[in-house]
Design a protein around this ligand. Structure first.
Ligand SMILES: CSC[C@@H](O)[C@@H](O)C(=O)COP(=O)(O)O
Ligand SMILES: [Zn+2]
Length: 260
């Protein structure tokens, strides 16, 4: 029988914990699900979706007490496991730093998802659908009091979104995961304003996370979206469901249809 994701994760954590002396052992593994390999693979896939083009966007994975982060300003779809930074989550010190590279400017935002939501993975996309939905909300075509939130209901894909990123994998009646939103629930994603520098978004993102305990993502106006989940699978499927919903709402807007 194939090893479960939990078995693989436990094995990787054991390897990480047994190798505190050689930083490179933190990123060297034949396991495709090892975070250093997984981030590289995910970025290649996300590039084809237009989520991480032109060096924008990124992915971070928490693995035990180690946070895996990509370098800043590099072609995200070309990254290799050896390019990864590894931070000790408890001390916030880098335990592996590739020479001549800087850690992603998204690092404090990824850390907010780990600290405030106990996330296992955080994905940042520059998807044009995410950007467009923030512009449509800004244009006040919905209730002007709601320009800082994207809300949508009665679309099947909403059932792919957990309440606050803590959904159970157990399947309830109707094919919905326990802990996920239901068809008649309203999904709400807060929108914060963009800043000139990525790290300057941290305070607003932390405030939004606090004020919207059910949200699994924060949109950044004219920029993109941060999405998290308890593990890579949940972060990835939620990023996919959200992108689907953003695109759908943009297309509905073009057709003059209302989504709420
Ligand atoms: C196209 S530059 C985009 C960056 O400024 C930023 O928004 C981003 O998402 C990626 O930052 P990075 O430091 O390269 O990981
Ligand atoms: Zn960005």
């Amino acid at each position: 029988m194939a090893a479960s994701h939990q078995d693989v994760q436990k094995k990787n954590e054991d390897q990480d914990n047994s190798s505190t002396t050689d930083p490179d052992s933190l990123i060297r593994s034949n396991d495709p699900l090892h975070p250093a390999n997984h981030i590289s693979d995910l970025c290649r896939r996300f590039y084809t979706l237009g989520w991480v083009t032109g060096t924008g966007g990124g992915v971070s994975i928490r693995h035990g007490n180690h946070i895996f982060l990509a370098p800043s300003g590099v072609q995200k779809e070309m990254m290799q496991p050896t390019d990864m930074f590894v931070m000790d989550f408890l001390t916030k010190q880098y335990v592996r730093r590739p020479q001549a590279l800087k850690p992603s400017a998204c690092t404090p935002l990824f850390l907010a998802a780990y600290t405030h939501r106990n996330a296992g993975c955080c994905i940042h996309t520059h998807s044009q659908w995410a950007v467009l939905i923030t512009l449509i909300c800004e244009a006040g075509l919905q209730n002007s009091a709601e320009r800082n939130v994207f809300a949508i209901k009665e679309i099947e894909q909403i059932k792919g979104i957990s309440r606050g990123g803590s959904g159970s994998d157990e399947i309830a009646e109707g094919g919905r995961k326990v802990g996920n939103l239901g068809y008649y629930d309203t999904m709400k994603i807060p929108i914060i304003e963009n800043e000139a520098h990525e790290e300057d978004l941290t305070g607003a993102l932390e405030k939004a996370i606090e004020e919207w305990p059910e949200a699994c993502a924060v949109l950044v106006r004219r920029h993109g979206v941060y999405v998290w989940g308890k593990d890579v699978a949940q972060a990835k499927t939620q990023a996919e469901s959200l992108d689907y919903l953003f695109q759908l709402a943009v297309e509905m807007h073009k057709l003059g249809l209302k989504w709420i």
